[in-house]
Ligand binder design. Structure first.
Ligand SMILES: *Cc1c(COP(=O)(O)O)cnc(C)c1O
Length: 366
């Protein structure tokens, strides 16, 4: 006898569309039989990890032991670097893990979770997985419409996800507006401020650190990651700062060893190499300047971005162009699943990678 196993999934999981990661370079090399593929699809740091991290992990061999489940040393480093208390920190298997932990710990089935149109793909996934209802607020100029998000809060809202800057649009929020928004959200709603691209934005003169709002907003959680500017995406390590009670709750639902030992070691070393972050941010800025100049000269509209990526409006089917670029050995990210069928999101690469992309784009548009 066979039964419909798919129908056994919970209703939320049944509705869920799996996350589509960027195509791995190796896979494309196998498929097309070409070498030298440029991947500008997953907002990775093209410079790579700090050489200090690579050196540290080269001598790691303690594979038989479980990791430190409390991440003591990494928390010490984070505590000092950001001037927070240790009990405000939660470590995650990537910041993705933290986003899911928040949904799991705070949203009951039937609760509402509010986020913006064109926002990060993990928000609907985390929402549906726990049987909560996504409340998707219309975007304004591709960015979050904070007034509309505030208006979308009901008695049933348990979590709000805000990405600043947002992926895939790169849009960022005005400090004052964001501060006022967080202050206005009722305390029964957990506000997740997802700052995966914090390091890129932190260099901008007008940036204030959201950490200072934690004191007045016990329902605020700020998540950050080592996957983007720190160049450690392979290791999966992220963290959040929140009220100690929120951290305590997340700690109850996380896996006991959710961050592995090489990841803990790497993150500890990485945060102490801020020169590497500065250099990476400079590479990003010059790549961003180059892309915007090229797009301007080609008459293409793009969404101004404070991340390490830029979404450009090609005014034609983005998926077809994505395929054409693949044939040229360049992987970018189609964003039709974000409600942006005519845009492509391009991660900023090294100078050489950026040139390769522009050459390929020029060819496929011709
Ligand atoms: C990349 C990204 C993350 C998560 O990355 P992790 O590798 O899980 O830390 C979270 N939020 C946004 C907006 C992102 O773009």
């Amino acid at each position: 006898m066979s039964c419909d196993l798919l129908s056994l999934a919970t209703p939320g999981v049944a509705k869920l569309q799996p996350y589509h990661p960027g195509k791995p370079t190796e896979e494309l090399e196998r498929e097309l039989g070409i070498k030298n593929i440029v991947k500008l699809a997953s907002n990775e740091n093209p410079v790579g990890a700090s050489p200090k991290v690579i050196q540290k992990l080269a001598s790691f061999n303690d594979y038989a032991r479980y990791p430190d489940g409390n991440g003591f040393r990494l928390k010490q480093v984070l505590r000092e670097f950001y001037s927070v208390q240790e009990n405000q920190i939660t470590l995650g298997n990537g910041s993705n893990d933290i986003l899911e932990l928040v949904a799991r710990a705070f949203a009951n089935p039937g609760d509402e979770i509010v986020f913006s149109e064109h926002a990060f793909a993990v928000y609907p996934l985390a929402t549906l997985a726990v049987g909560a209802t996504p409340v998707i607020v219309k975007a304004k100029d591709w960015g979050h419409d904070l007034d509309a998000m505030l208006a979308a809060i009901t008695e049933k809202t348990s979590v709000i996800f805000i990405a600043n800057p947002n992926n895939p649009t790169g849009t960022w929020l005005d400090n004052e507006a964001l501060k006022n928004f967080i202050a206005a959200v009722p305390e029964h709603v957990i506000v997740v401020l997802d700052e995966a691209y914090y390091e890129y934005r932190a260099m901008a003169e007008d940036t204030v650190d959201a950490l200072q709002w934690l004191e007045d907003s016990p329902n605020l959680l700020i998540s950050r990651t080592f996957s983007k500017a720190y160049g450690l995406a392979a290791l999966r390590v992220g963290y959040s700062f929140s009220h100690p009670d929120v951290a305590n709750i997340l700690n109850r639902v996380r896996q006991p060893f959710n961050v592995n030992t090489p990841a803990l070691l790497a993150a500890e070393v990485a945060i102490q190499d801020q020169e590497h972050i500065k250099a990476s941010v400079i590479v990003n800025q010059s790549g961003m300047d180059y892309f915007t100049k090229v797009f301007d000269s080609m008459g293409l509209h793009y969404i101004p971005s404070r991340g390490n990526f830029i979404s450009v409006d090609l005014q034609q089917d983005g998926l077809a162009l994505y395929d054409a670029l693949l044939q040229e050995g360049v992987i970018v990210r189609p964003v039709a699943n974000y409600g942006m069928p005519e845009h492509l999101r391009i991660s900023i690469g090294t100078e050489e990678e950026n040139h390769r992309f522009v050459k390929a784009l020029t060819k496929v548009l011709a």
